[in-house]
Every structure is written in C-alpha cells, then in structure tokens.
Design a protein around this ligand. Sequence first.
Ligand code: TXA
Ligand code: MG
Length: 319
Amino acid sequence: MTEIARAADFLRAGELVAFPTETVYGLGADARNPHAIARIFAAKGRPADHPLIVHLPDASHLERWAIDIPAAAGRLAAALWPGPLTLILKRHPDVPDAVTGGQDTVGLRVPDHPLALQLLREFGGGVAAPSANRFGRVSPTTAAHVREELGDAVAMIVDGGPCAVGIESTILDLSGTEVRILRPGMLDAKAIATVLGYVPEFGGAQNAPRVSGSLEAHYAPGTELQLVAAADLAATAQRGLADGRRIAVLAAPPFASEPPGIVWFPASADPVRFAHDLYANLRELDALGRDLILVAAPPDEEAWRAVSDRLRRAAAGSK
Ligand code: TXA
Ligand code: MG
C-alpha cells in the first residue's frame, strides 16, 4: 500500500493525518465526520467556535460544500485553484457544525501541492485542516515542525519537504454583499483584481465571521518579540543589552553595527523569500532561548502586507 493510500485510510477511519500544502502543513481530518473534527480541536487546543478550512481535490466539489455560489467564486476558483486562496461561501446544509463553528459560512480551498492533491483525490472528499500547530503558535512549514508539536496526536505525517509559500492562504469572503479580504496571503492582489476587476477591501465587515487568524495575538513564538524600525534596530539592541537582556535579531543585511553578544539571523530583503523562511526562522530564534527577539519592520509596501500582518500578530502574542 502506498503512503498516500495509507493516509487516506486513516482519514476514513476518523484519524488525524498531517499533510503538506504549498502554504503550511495542515492537520487533516474527514470533514464529514464530527468525531474526527473534534480530534482536531482537542489536538490543537483550539476553541470550538473557530471554523476550519475544508480542502477539496478540485473545484468540481464546490457545490457539495457551498450554496448560492456567486459567479465570482467560480471565476476565482477556475483562475487561482489549486493555489493559496481560501473562499468563504454560504455553507451547504450537510456541512457539519463542528467544521463551521456553527456559522452559516464555510471556508474552502484546493491546495497547490502534489501530495496534498494526491491525498485529497485518493480520499475522494473534503479534508478539514487548520495549520498543524498548537492554537496561537507558529504555523509549521516542515514535517519536523509538526512532529515536534503534534507528533503524539496524529496517526501519520505525510512529509512533503519545506512548504513553498511559507505563510497561510489569502482568505476572501464571498458570502456577503461585497467581497472582502479577511486574511492577507502571498497571493498577488493583482491576480485577484484581474479576476474580479477590482481589489477587494481588507478586513471583515461588521458582524463578519470569526477568523482566529484575525485575533490580535497569533502566530506567536514563546520568546518576547518586538517589531522595530530598521533604523532603530542597533540602538534598541544596545539598550536591551545594557538592561542585561540576551537578544536575537532578525533583519536583512547589513545589520552593520552587529554588537557583540547579539545573535543575528540574516533575513531576506525579498518578501517572497522572507515569507518562505519566516516561521522556520521564528522557531529557530525561539529555540535559542534568548530574552528578546527583535525583528526589523518590513517596508510599508503591498508586497510585504501578509508578512507584516503575521509579524504584528507574532509580536502581540509573544510574552
Ligand atoms: O494556508 C492555509 O489556509 C492553511 C493550510 C493548512 O491550508 N490553513 C490554515 O488554517 O491556515 P487555520 O485554521 O490555521 O486558519 C484558517 C483561518 C482561521 O483563521 C479561520 O477562522 C478561518 O480561516 N476560517 C475558516 N472558515 C471560516 C469561515 N467560514 N468564515 C471566516 N473565517 C473562516
Ligand atoms: Mg493557523
């Protein structure tokens, strides 16, 4: 039996299977099985009212999970799936409450990873999968990250190597009167605009569905993390040292005046590369066990929006 066939069997048996996607690793369960879904929430320590994304083998499955699907959703799916885009649509009545957190909408996406697609096709249905990390912590981008954090909770981890994108999918809400971006991702806003004919607004409308990724504190390492303007970095690091704190810095070169006693992680000046490395860097920085992680704030540019969003939340969530 192939590894993927075994993984699909575990899903059918109501077990948890962690699998790679192009964004981050997912903690998967049969989206039609409330008992399997309950295992996801238990493993993550996630509040039960936070909805999950259902991963589909292809867009032809949309009608089994959503109703009143607007034409724009079909166009987005045709143009951008498989890809790092989640569509929020009105839920089909057969979708278990456990998946939607009791809301009248459901999040759907077709991931762009060969092993994820093989697994979804072999399983033949929807797989509910949040990022395979404990609630509020940094998302995993390698199988080893999943093993460290949730190894005991899963029947199997499908290893697909490091994730190509590195941060979570863009979430687009198409369940209301206007399309909105609930969570920025690395999907080019231009790609969305090309399909829709306009760039949607960011942020949820009033009474918008709950998004745990929109909590102020999220994606956080255990070490205190501060975002600092690049120009203030060296001085801030010096002050920390003077206060007797052990400091680690994540910044693009040149971090010219690298003072002695400070660990410097060179970060990429390219947003795509920075995103790819971000969560692995945060895990490594955290593992150093320093007192403070200083991160150079990225430029205030569209290409950095998703990275800046995750860094802000990591700072808010760190102790
Ligand atoms: O890239 C990704 O999206 C990864 C991979 C594994 O696919 N998944 C992921 O799942 O990031 P998770 O659960 O960590 O984050 C999904 C976000 C959550 O913030 C959740 O609240 C939101 O999607 N979400 C899911 N269903 C929703 C709905 N019906 N309405 C609003 N937000 C929803
Ligand atoms: Mg997550």
